[in-house]
Write a protein that binds this ligand. Sequence first.
Ligand code: DAT
Ligand code: MG
Length: 205
Amino acid sequence: MILSQTCVFKSILQHGRCFTRSRFSEKALVSKFTSAPLSSGAIHRAQSSFTGGVERTLVAVKPDGVQRRYVGQIIQRFEKRGFKLVGLKMLQASDGLLSQHYRELVKKPFYPNLVDYMTSGPVVAMVWEGLNVVQSSRRMVGPTNPAEAPAGTVRGDLSLHVSRNVVHASDSVEGAEREIQLWFEGKELLNWECYDHSLTYKEDK
Ligand code: DAT
Ligand code: MG
C-alpha cells in the first residue's frame, strides 16, 4: 500500500509515469553522498548531470537569531529556494569549538566579543545540500556587515550591526567541509530522497 502510494506520488511528479528510482537524476546525486565517507563529515562535489556542483554547506542561526525567534524564517528561506536539509541541531557552542570555527579570527581585536556573543545562548546549526549551495547561501545571507547587506538577504532584512548579524554560512566549499566536520558527526547527516527533486533539478541531455 505504502509502495503503491509512493509510486502514485512519483508518477504525478513524473508527468503520469511511474518511474523507478533509477530514472531519477537524483539517484546520481544521492548516491554520491551515500557512498561518501559521511562518518568523517566529508563534503564532495558530486559529479551530477547538472552544471556546477552538488555541495553541502553549514548554516547556523546565531544566538541573536534564536533569541529573536528567526529560526523558522531562516529555515524557510533555504527550503523555499529548493535546498535539502540534511542535518539540524540546537547546541550551546563551546569556546573550543568556536576557536576552531573562527580560527582565522582569533587574533582579531573583536574576537573576545565574538565568543561572548556566540556563547550567549543556543545556536541552531544546519547542513544544507544542493546545487552550488555554498555560493548561493552566502548570497542569501548577505555581506558580513549588515549595513552593506541588500534588502532581501537575511542580514539585510533582519540585522543592523556586524556584531549581531544573525546567521553564519560557510564561505567556500573547502570551508564548508571543514566546518561541517567541526559541528556535526557523520551519523548526524542524513541522506534522504526528496520526492520533488525533478521539480528543482533538470537532467542535462
Ligand atoms: P562572515 O560571518 O560573513 O563569514 P567573517 O568570517 O569575516 O564573516 O567573520 C565572522 C564573524 O565575526 C562575523 O559574522 C561577525 C564577526 N565579525 C567580523 N568582522 C567583525 C568586526 N569588524 N567587528 C565585529 N565583529 C566582526
Ligand atoms: Mg566567515
